[in-house]
Design a protein around this ligand. Structure first.
Ligand code: NAD
Length: 308
């Protein structure tokens, strides 16, 4: 299997539609499933939108793919070569539906989870065939960020890792194979950065708007082109050693999430979804305009980076 002939994507919320669009564009017949019929109905437009964005990107394409929408999980899984689970981040729920997958698919079907950090071994713990269960962590928006973390659990077979890596390459994304650590690699880095950013804004060292400017241009722009390991080479390891020797001990290492954040969440200020968080949004149109600007920026940057 490189591009799976049939893929079941379970969960049609934030992540499912972009995942479905990516695979169908490369020739897979995708069945997108959700337990909620209203969500499944809404996911049709989201899948179409993601497909259009992939078209604007000139993303890799192969004929024969499709997306169908299926309320029944067992029907969605029947005959699938690959199942990708994208239901809410709750261990009990994931365990329950993986047990249902086992009953619904062939013995060699790969069962992948898009969990953001639940250990794969915990999801697979009660299954008869944990060797075919694997983490496949897409980044949001999934059709736009062409990197997927591949996380084998304790019992995942090497053959399953190899097959999933080949599949991800076949649809034009870059797989990153990792050992199982809490949060996986991407979120560990992101949360280390976010903790320091929140701390500096909370202490009044910099305004939040200036923080966004500093990180976007001073860090994001550079790292998008070269990555942190090559950045070390560019800066000089001796420089990192001398700066790190006094700076590391001054960096935020709080174990708890700052009250700067928890006070806002307690007050219902959750970000774009509640029209206010770190910034305020006038109305839903304002949120939509911000989201559109971000999506357009990601498309433009991805095109440029892909050409390098
Ligand atoms: N949102 C992100 O930025 C992001 C990024 C990477 C990974 N993830 C991970 O992906 C997974 C899904 O996240 P999301 O943000 O898409 O969640 P979401 O809440 O937007 O969507 C999940 C969907 O699953 C459906 N669902 C619940 N129980 C189900 C069942 N038994 N059968 C079928 N469908 C069911 C829900 O109705 C919902 O529509 C989570 O594990 C999350 O941690 C999310």
């Amino acid at each position: 299997m490189t591009i799976p002939k049939t893929t079941a994507v379970i969960g049609a919320g934030t992540m499912g539609p972009g995942i479905a669009a990516t695979l169908s564009r490369c020739g897979s017949n995708v069945r997108l499933n959700d337990v909620d019929s209203a969500v499944l109905e809404r996911s049709k437009a989201a899948t179409e939108l993601a497909s259009q964005v992939l078209g604007r990107l000139d993303a890799p394409e192969a004929p024969g793919g499709s997306v169908s929408f299926e309320l029944d999980l067992e029907k969605a899984c029947a005959g699938a070569d690959l199942v990708i689970e994208a239901v809410p981040e709750k261990l009990a729920l994931k365990r329950e539906i993986f047990a249902r997958f086992e009953q619904a698919v062939a013995a060699d079907t790969i069962l992948a989870t898009n969990t953001s950090g639940i250990p794969i071994s915990d999801i697979a713990a009660e299954l008869a065939h944990p060797e075919r269960v694997i983490g496949m962590h897409w980044s949001n928006p999934p059709h736009l960020i062409p990197m997927i973390e591949v996380v084998p659990g304790e019992k995942t077979s090497a053959a399953v890792v190899e097959q999933l890596v080949a599949t991800i390459k076949a649809f034009g994304f870059e797989p990153v194979v990792e050992k199982e650590v809490p949060g996986f690699v991407e979120n560990r880095i992101l949360y280390a950065i976010l903790r320091e950013c929140v701390s500096l804004v909370e202490r009044g060292v910099v305004t939040q708007a200036d923080m966004d400017t500093a990180v976007k241009w001073g860090i994001g722009y550079k790292l998008a082109v070269i990555g942190p390991m090559r950045l070390l080479d560019m800066a000089g390891l001796d420089i990192y050693q001398s700066v790190g020797s006094y700076l590391n001990r001054d960096l935020c290492n709080d174990a708890e999430v700052s009250s700067f954040i928890t006070d806002k969440t307690a007050a219902g200020k959750l970000g774009m979804k509640s029209l206010g968080g770190m910034y305020d949004y006038a109305d839903q149109d304002d949120v939509n305009a911000n989201r559109a600007r971000i999506a357009a920026g990601l498309v433009a940057v991805r095109k440029t980076l892909s050409a390098l």
